[in-house]
Design a protein around this ligand. Structure first.
Ligand code: ADP
Length: 255
């Protein structure tokens, strides 16, 4: 099924915490049908950048645009409604719901808190509406988890819960999908499965942004790699360029 990806543009974004310049004039662009990876050593500003895009932090200066609509200064709720979805390193899947219910609930969520309230507070949520069930089934098929629809979501292994998080995000039809360290803690098979899913999302036209420590995975998957060090973009380009960039090798791999 096609996914309507949006273009995310980060323009000259800066952010300081006290005297510490966490981000210093950062520019990058993530486009539909492409996987853009943000990498860099610890403390280079990746999380700050994600938090800024999601509206958790305010920018000191610069612009963040989604298909031309300005997002900097918007609340996390508004950013989510505008179409930016983010998965977290720790999946937050509520207890006592099935895989299908967890995915269906994603339809009503524009942020993490409301996923929970959608599941826990909607009366009779267990009788998932037919249209939602069908959509949830489609998403489960996309992530290859259709056979697990009736399982207790929170009891799944970490790799499956990560895929489930992606399915839950996708059901809200986001323009941009931000994956925060989605591969961390996964075994090789699980990483392969995640990579396959990300390729499918890309092929369907989605815009994917990865913040990822797994350099191999990034080289393998990404169309564009943005390398941060000390809050600045020190290199940007396709894997073949990044892999051989001496500054990247020094700053990132040598770190
Ligand atoms: P990364 O995700 O690449 O490891 P971060 O974005 O977490 O990097 O950190 C970038 C810099 O900003 C670091 O120097 C970090 O100490 C600082 N920083 C991040 N968040 C905060 C915060 N909430 N308050 C103060 N300093 C912060």
């Amino acid at each position: 099924p096609p996914i309507k990806g949006a273009t995310l543009a980060v323009e000259d974004v800066s952010k300081a915490f006290g005297g510490n310049r966490a981000l210093d004039g950062v520019n990058f662009r993530a486009a539909p049908g492409r996987v853009t990876a943000l990498i860099g050593p610890n403390g280079s500003g990746k999380t700050t950048l994600l938090n800024m895009v999601c509206g958790f932090y305010r920018t000191d200066s610069g612009r963040i645009l989604l298909d031309g609509e300005r997002l900097e200064g918007a609340t996390p709720h508004r950013v989510a409604r505008a179409g930016v979805a983010r998965t977290f390193q720790t999946p937050s899947i509520p207890d006592g719901v099935t895989v299908l219910e967890a995915v269906a609930a994603g339809r009503y969520s524009t942020d993490r808190a409301s996923v929970l309230s959608a599941v826990l507070r909607l009366p009779g949520f267990r009788r998932v509406r037919r249209a939602d069930r069908e959509e949830a089934e489609r998403m489960l098929a996309l992530v290859g988890m259709g056979h697990l629809r009736g399982e207790r979501a929170s009891a799944l292994p970490l790799g499956m819960r990560r895929l489930l998080e992606v399915a839950r995000s996708l059901i809200a039809a986001p323009g941009v999908l931000l994956l925060d360290e989605a591969a961390s803690g996964l075994d090789e098979d699980e990483v392969d499965r995640l990579a396959e899913l990300i390729r499918r999302i890309r092929a369907a036209g989605g815009t994917v942004v990865l913040v990822e420590h797994n350099f191999r995975l990034v080289l393998d998957l990404a169309d564009d790699i943005v390398v941060l060090a000390h809050g600045q973009v020190i290199a940007q380009g396709p894997p073949a360029e990044i892999e051989t960039n001496p500054r990247v090798l020094g700053e990132y791999l040598g770190a």
